[in-house]
Ligand binder design. Sequence first.
Ligand code: NAD
Length: 544
Amino acid sequence: MQVLIADNVSRQCDAVLNAHGIETVRAVGTPRQELLAMLPNYEGMIVRSAVTVDREMIQAMPRMLAIGRAGAGVDNIDVVAATERGILVMNTPGGNTTSAAEHTLAMLMSLLRKIPAANASIRQGKWDRKTFVGTELFGKRVGVLGLGRIGREVASRIASFQAQIVGYDPVLSPEAVRALGLEPTTFQEMVESCQIITIHIPLTAATRGLIGRPELARMPHGSFIINCARGGIVDEAALLEALNSGQIAGAALDVFSTEPPTFPAALMDHPNVVATPHIAASTHEAQERVAVDIAVQMAEFFEGLGARGVVNANGMEDCLMSAARPMMRATRLLGRLLAQLGGPNTSHFNLIAHGPDATQIMQGLEAALLTGVMCQRQSGAVNEINAARIAAAAGITVEAVGEGEHPRYQMLIAAEVVAASDHDGNQDGDEDDGHEGGQSHHAAVTLFGRDDVRLVMLDNLWFDVVLSGVLLLIRGTDRPGALAAMGGALAQQNINISDVSLGRCQDSGDAVTVIRIDGDVSPEALDALRNLPVVQTVKVVRMG
Ligand code: NAD
């Protein structure tokens, strides 16, 4: 494994990865074209915020398994493009929380007490005590917008100033906000009533320009705004107008819509603005912490010990652990099998997992089933990270439920493909579909040991056959000599049988024989089988 470190991340990052036997190569400040040329060689990439990992870069990463952001925000990474390519994106959201919260407080107090301007004045040899009359935080109504990691820490620090703190976060109920020691409020009410608003939310399509001209106009006259989250959440042109008019008394900004901004910048030059160059997370402690965190997370992921700080495959953390890999593989094979049985027009699958180990990773099993289905249906790279997205684009849905132990097996993964009513029943054209089109098919797999995936049920008949290679599903008459006739027909074509299992249909007097063969089946061998009087239909499935 090789990891490309493309940003100025602490050397602790290399040390941790190297200790896990992972090679690191540094490409800090490397021109974009050179970086693009390097990308095809790496399984991992680590950045901070200086490098923009866009779609073009992601398309130049055929081997990439994971992109790590040493820090919280991932807006410099095209997560959608990475997900489409099946690349895991991970960050270290907690590593800089304390630093970001402390910087917010530093900015807030600097703004209220005009410390940067007073400091600049005294450096010019002035003793001006009138210009720098400040504002107390004590007793002010302060709105904390966003009560995630940093918002909460900021709120708890402001509490020591005995301000009246209100909080809003759409994912938290009023009770949950109260439990944090804050008064719950709405966004509108926060805007209309708070003398100070401090922003701790991500930049998304929904939050871009969230605080614009109308919101600034509705804030109490002479209010303050602090943004140490992301540039673009506050409309900068509207903020400058509000500062000029005195509607907003001051703003403390660590982040800007364009970084670095174009200088000279009227907003940063404004006397009532305190600005820093996106340094809220820039402490020695935070930089060491995020560098070590991302290295440990990436090493764990490569070693199959799970994935932490996952951005684009939430809920998949447990199934990325090596202990879960056999079940994921078994489910992928099940998806492949059902995609072949159902044919190209099927669009809905049901998944039932039995047993405690399997039911703990339902989201992963669902993704694994879709991976198997989509691998069968398209040629591009599909894995558990991009399968749901690719399947959704193709209109394929899965309903998954977890159940207790199965009466026959400790762990059983069963699935059904619900065939489209217009399905013609023959995927390969030249092969009989042993199970008519327009019907659902059920199958179930279990594991013997770690790697031996067994097909144990097919359309309500019980089997026991290794699910790999090429399988012939032969429906025919259940009578003495039938199996010998099939074996003979294959032997005549020089095809060796590696595994065989028989399922008997009690009511019809038919049997389904699953024959696993070495190599592939020739059209002549298929004809020979079909021509046997004991054979009704033959379906070939190739498990790869
Ligand atoms: P977090 O994910 O823990 O919390 C973000 C919270 O914002 C979530 O609880 C979410 O529900 C909430 N939220 C989303 N949209 C909202 C809305 N419209 N109104 C109210 N709440 C909303 O993230 P965090 O670690 O606390 O980081 C917060 C922000 O700070 C992020 O944008 C992050 O990128 C930024 N940050 C900046 C620096 C810096 O150097 N300036 C450093 C670290 C983090």
